[in-house]
Design a binder for this molecule. Structure first.
Ligand SMILES: C[S@@+](CC[C@H](N)C(=O)[O-])C[C@H]1O[C@@H](n2cnc3c(N)ncnc32)[C@H](O)[C@@H]1O
Length: 446
């Protein structure tokens, strides 16, 4: 592998740049150079009209090494043979050379660029796969907020204030995020209402696009704006080709877009006449704050609908072969969040130690405390338990064992980032045996 490239943004305004070549390859680069204010001289025996128009000067003849004297950058956009000569002449003058579609003879590479005001994102494949850089550029363009330029202005103003106030570096990012959230926190005047605006609170299912409902796919296809959560599979965003997609997910232990700001974005989008999809993993009304968003929309008078999704509370056990109810074994199931013991504790304490299945979302980190609590409430140490990570994804991982071992259930480090669901109850003994139609299934329940 060759040495990594240093990404660098250079000022070429007013500086001489020589482009060797006058055809289609040269046309694009001459236009780009003219846009940033470079003084472009084109050298080629034949020069297309559009190249000549965009260039500052044209020399109609073959390339001579002295053409590069005094230039800040050379661009080789001719035949491989001429490009080689340009590269050699540039090297001799310690001049960087960009070779259009000829990475072998280049020492500087242009990037796919997404610009929003002063914010520039550049994508490079080191000149090896320009088409891929183009695709990445489109993907990044789709997810970057339109108003990024405004965010830069805010960031710049804040930076000045921080410097004056000697604000420590470590606190600057969370402070900026709070300021950005405030942009959508109602400080803005409500935009005039445009017709047609509508919000769909859509459940994305546990991850696998194959488990998305048809209605969810229809809403994505028609969407202008998609606000999606952290656990939503990025593959699903391909189903929304027209939409501007914006990640608003919570990021563990790090500041994220506030709930209030998300609600303001939904309302603002709809009032501007956009078809807005709020895409959440699983079902929007199962530990997804979908209820709060529905209330905020109703209060704002914004028309909306709920498109239910397949909750991981059901899908994760089902995909692992665990039926959450099973005749004679589990007459019902309870779904709780393991996020805060003060909240799930009283609910769990109220469950009988047999005849019911307990499903816990957001409980992987709290699995030891949960197991201890259940044991203290009379659940047998041998009660079957399961830990299901990344259900429906290719990386999916299942652990099963007795409740007494749940607290220590090992998680492979490379799977530690996956969302996980816990299942406790006799039905967990059916994991994989049931869906594999395994003869051990009935034995495990006996
Ligand atoms: C904030 S809750 C949202 C639940 C979601 N609304 C639902 O109905 O599935 C996130 C939790 O869902 C569970 N979860 C989501 N996707 C999962 C998956 N693919 N496999 C296992 N658990 C998952 C995990 O417990 C995760 O911590």
């Amino acid at each position: 592998m060759s040495a990594p490239l240093l990404p660098l943004f250079v000022k070429l305004a007013g500086r001489p740049v020589v482009v060797v070549g006058g055809g289609a390859m040269a046309a694009l680069r001459v236009r780009q150079l003219a846009e940033v204010g470079a003084r472009v001289t084109v050298v080629a025996p034949e020069v297309r009209e559009e190249v000549a128009r965009a260039a500052g000067a044209v020399v109609r003849r073959g390339f001579l090494p002295e053409d590069l004297d005094g230039a800040w950058l050379a661009v080789a956009a001719a035949t491989p043979e001429v490009n080689r000569a340009v590269a050699a002449a540039a090297e001799a003058r310690r001049l960087l050379v960009n070779a259009v579609d000829d990475p072998e003879h280049a020492s500087a590479y242009t990037a796919g660029v997404v610009r929003r005001g002063e914010a520039t994102v550049a994508i490079s494949t080191g000149g090896r796969a320009p088409a891929l850089a183009g695709l990445l550029r489109e993907a990044i363009d789709a997810v970057l907020p339109r108003e990024l330029g405004r965010w830069v202005e805010l960031g710049e103003a804040e930076r000045g204030a921080w410097k004056r106030g000697k604000v420590p570096l470590a606190t600057r990012r969370p402070m900026l995020l709070r300021k950005l959230n405030a942009l959508y926190d109602g400080a803005e005047p409500a935009p005039a209402r445009a017709p047609g605006g509508f919000v769909s609170l859509v459940g994305a299912g546990p991850g696998d696009p194959g488990l998305l409902t048809r209605r969810a796919a229809e809403r994505l296809a028609a969407a202008d704006l998609v606000l999606y959560d952290a656990l939503v599979d990025a593959e699903l965003l391909r189903l929304a080709p027209r939409a501007h997609c914006f990640h608003v997910g919570k990021r563990a232990g790090r500041p994220s877009v506030s709930q209030r700001a998300i609600e303001r974005l939904l309302i603002r989008g709809a009032r501007r006449g956009q078809r807005v999809v709020r895409l959440k993993c699983g079902d929007p009304f199962v530990f997804g704050r979908g209820g709060e968003e529905a209330l905020a929309l109703a209060q704002a008078g914004v028309p909306f609908e709920v498109v239910p999704g397949l909750s991981s509370a059901l899908a994760a056990p089902a995909l692992a072969g665990i039926p959450v109810t099973h005749r004679g074994v589990a007459a019902g199931f309870a779904v709780v969040s393991g996020h805060a013991e003060a909240t799930y504790g009283p609910l769990v304490d109220a469950l009988p130690p047999t005849g019911v299945t307990l499903v816990v979302l957001m409980g992987v980190a709290a699995r030891a405390a949960l197991a201890d609590r259940l044991r203290a409430r009379g659940w047998s140490a041998s009660t079957p338990a399961a830990l299901l990570l990344g259900a429906s994804s290719a990386e999916g991982f299942t652990w099963t064992g007795p409740l007494s071992a749940l607290g220590e259930a090992p998680i492979p480090p490379e799977r530690a980032h996956l969302p996980g669901t816990l299942v406790v109850g006799a039905v967990a003994a059916l994991a994989s045996a049931a869906h594999a139609d395994h003869p051990a299934a009935s034995a495990r329940l006996a």
